[in-house]
Ligand binder design. Structure first.
Ligand code: AMP
Length: 431
């Protein structure tokens, strides 16, 4: 299946070609025909699957086809609501790229900055508006945004909106939407509250599900180190020193933890920056920009700040802390191995995090391969689970990830030539 076969307008095809997209990803292949027909869509999928283009392309197509019908001044005809500023900016960039030959204009609005420029952009007229919920509601209440001409609405990362406490804002926004519209609802997970919210928003819809296992099992090479909390900084420094050229995204559960990691790395002369909610928007954008440009090799992020970060050539994701919500693990490792690329995700698991690891393995339906012994192991970090029956983790080198693993040169990684979890606690090394 090619994009051309999906029946997409020529100027968009031209832009996709320039982006180097040859074939649609599974979510695009399944969603685009539904959306071109004008139906509502419930997409159960995470970032990294190509979901932005899955909704962006058909919206651009519809608006482009209807362009001659529009009046002289541009009105907001498509709205995308997304939880974070970073994600909003990235979605805006995608619309700009895919729509560059269509003459359609988009703008992005988010909180944490003065509203002046955003208001001027709105006054100048836009076709597609990408917004975070708080600022959107704020500008709606001030009368700067009209939904009178709205035809398409996307609610992106709905489960994250809920986690971030945006549910009331979202309900208020949905209440103001015109009844005749095409609605798209995306969420990586579908807890009860999200199902209810989707019912409120969607009319007669079709559902497309892209399973998280597809992203983790097929594309991302994973590994876990058992390590005590105190030794985590040393192991991180060690891994980073082994491959100074790699772009590495390190996840911390807390903002404070992220700052601490940056400090520890600085003590080892490794430059890094943290992005999280306590950092100013300018600092976050600067860190993200430097990371994307390759000027900064190590970015330390909390889950919310990193949500949806789209960096090409991300070599490695490190879960410095394991998340207590298993789906978050899938989101995190989805930062590498995006679209057609493969990637590597390594997790540090201390004693208290063993239960989280078990939950994660249940969700992804595979054992995360145990990394071999390392110099920072101590008695506290032995794998209590070694005696359980092997669950056949995917061994490295089994798929196209082989080259990637070799290129990354993780010590010991290429020695993992067995599909069984490694047994490290032989009696000679323990009393
Ligand atoms: P998303 O899930 O929208 O965040 O997209 C993940 C990444 O996949 C982005 O870097 C996109 O540029 C890229 N991408 C999306 N669709 C395709 C495609 N059909 N072929 C290649 N790359 C794609």
């Amino acid at each position: 299946m090619t994009f051309k076969e999906l029946g997409i307008a020529e100027p968009i095809l031209k832009a996709l070609e320039a982006e180097g997209y040859t074939h649609p990803t599974p979510i695009q292949e399944q969603s685009i025909p539904i959306l071109l027909k004008g139906k509502d869509l419930l997409g159960v999928a995470q970032t990294g699957t190509g979901k932005t283009a899955a909704f962006g392309i058909p919206i651009l197509h519809h608006l482009y086809e209807g362009i001659s019908l529009s009046q002289s001044k541009r009105k907001v005809k498509a709205l995308v609501v997304t939880p974070t500023r970073e994600l909003a900016i990235q979605i805006g960039e995608s619309f700009t790229a895919y729509g560059k030959h269509t003459g359609l204009r988009n703008t992005v609005i988010f909180g944490g900055v003065k509203q002046g420029k955003q208001v001027s952009a709105l006054r100048g007229g836009v076709d597609i508006l990408i917004a975070t919920p708080g600022r959107l509601l704020d500008l709606m209440n001030q009368g700067f945004i009209s939904f009178r001409d709205l035809q398409h609405v996307v609610l992106d990362e709905a489960d994250q909106m809920l986690d971030m406490g945006f549910i009331h804002d979202i309900k208020k926004i949905i209440a103001k939407l015109p009844p005749k519209r095409q609605s798209l609802f995306f969420s990586a997970t579908m807890p009860k509250d999200i199902v209810e919210l989707s019912r409120k928003m969607l009319g007669d819809f079709e559902r497309v599900t892209i399973k998280p296992e597809q992203a983790t099992a097929e594309k991302v090479e994973q590994g876990v180190y058992f390590i005590s909390k105190g030794n985590k900084p040393k192991l991180l420094v060690h891994l980073l020193e082994q491959q100074p050229q790699a772009s590495v995204l390190v996840f911390s559960r807390t903002k404070h933890g992220a700052n601490k990691i940056v400090k520890k790395l600085a003590q080892a002369d490794i430059r890094s920056a943290a992005i999280h909610g306590n950092k100013s928007q300018t600092a976050r954008q600067k860190a993200l920009g430097d990371f994307k440009d390759g000027k900064l090799k190590v970015l330390v992020a909390t889950d919310i700040a990193a949500r949806g970060i789209d960096v090409e050539d991300l070599s490695l994701v490190v879960n410095y802390d394991l998340p207590n919500v298993s789906e978050t693990y899938v989101h995190r490792i989805g930062r590498t191995g995006r679209a057609s690329a493969s990637g590597t995700a390594l997790s540090f698991c201390d004693k208290e995090e063993r239960a989280y690891l078990r939950d994660i393995e249940k969700l992804i339906k595979q054992a995360v391969p145990r990394m071999p012994e390392h110099q920072f192991m101590d008695e506290d970090t032995k794998d209590d689970d070694d005696e359980r029956p092997a669950r056949s983790p995917r061994g490295p080198g089994k798929s196209g990830n082989k080259n990637r693993a070799g290129g990354n040169n993780f010590r010991g990684k290429n020695n993992r030539n067995t599909s069984k979890p490694k047994k490290r606690n032989d009696s000679s090394s323990r009393n």
